[in-house]
Design a protein around this ligand. Sequence first.
Ligand code: Q9C
Ligand code: ZN
Length: 343
Amino acid sequence: MLTIYSDDHRLHHGAAEFYRGRLVPCFEMPARADQVLAAVRAAGLGAVVPPDRFDRTALTRVHTDDYVAFLESAWDEWAAQGETGDALPYAWPAVDLRRDTPPQHIDGKLGFYAIDAAVPITAGTWTAARSSADCALTGARHIAGGGHSAFALCRPPGHHAGARAMGGFCYLNNAAIAAQYLRDHGAARVAVLDVDYHHGNGTQTIFYDRGDVLFASLHGDPMVEYPFFLGHADERGSGAGLGANRNFPLPWGTTGDAYLAALDAAIADIAAFAPDSLVVSLGVDTFVEDPISHFKLVAADFTAIGRRIATLGAPTLFVLEGGYAVADIGGNVAAVLTGFADG
Ligand code: Q9C
Ligand code: ZN
């Protein structure tokens, strides 16, 4: 399996995030990608190549132009205020406030274009996010060209980023950008399977009213888990997309058996949709030792996830999302990919 990776991820290294009422070091750190790269190499999965550079228009197929422009200039606007630390939002257009008018001041823009405070912007965030999206796009190009599978080793992750908002460590929605690329290059139907511990709110929202991209997600129940305000089972899509959105919220403490049963249901939905290609938002924060999550999957479960995905027989692009047990993230990602390759 081809892996696409860029060292540019190192340029994004936020200092701190809120956790239980305090600022703590960011869980989403460069060492995550280093561990995954080392494990992919150790597993002998195949070649590791750098991404191609894609036009900005590949991003604005799913993100709004003003949002991408915000990401491009946010650090410079922040630094122009004399700031040297990370830019973080602190005020949002929540209930009863206006969402139709982007503010001029960078402090206002940060909140306008964010769903939470887990998105530090540093001097290198835009370069890293753009290269991360390029990894996903390069993988999509490989699949569109007839490749059987690819792994986009993306960092920062993407599935919480919506058309015009960052959130949950995500800036550009790598999986959505890749799925749209596949639609634009020969695939009539694309399925996105999201196995990250958290609901992929950004991907769901981007494709919610479309029947050409199926979104299926297994995740911690939003009644008790981030992102809290999306990801319920009754969200089934709208308009032409009615029936093309499937959520499988699962309780804290979910083990491999229950998880794999839900995965079988999601895979049956995907098989019925008969996609021309599949994008997997691959988070391994479902791992029992993940520091911010509450499922109980173990290494063998990750191999089983890969095997089950392989039963679909679809050309498949894996896109890295979350996973914060840094010592284990590489082994768990490699387990999914080898399970798929051997499946
Ligand atoms: N400090 C992904 O797995 N939680 N994002 C913030 C805890 C946000 C996870 C509060 C979790 C986002 C890609
Ligand atoms: Zn996650």
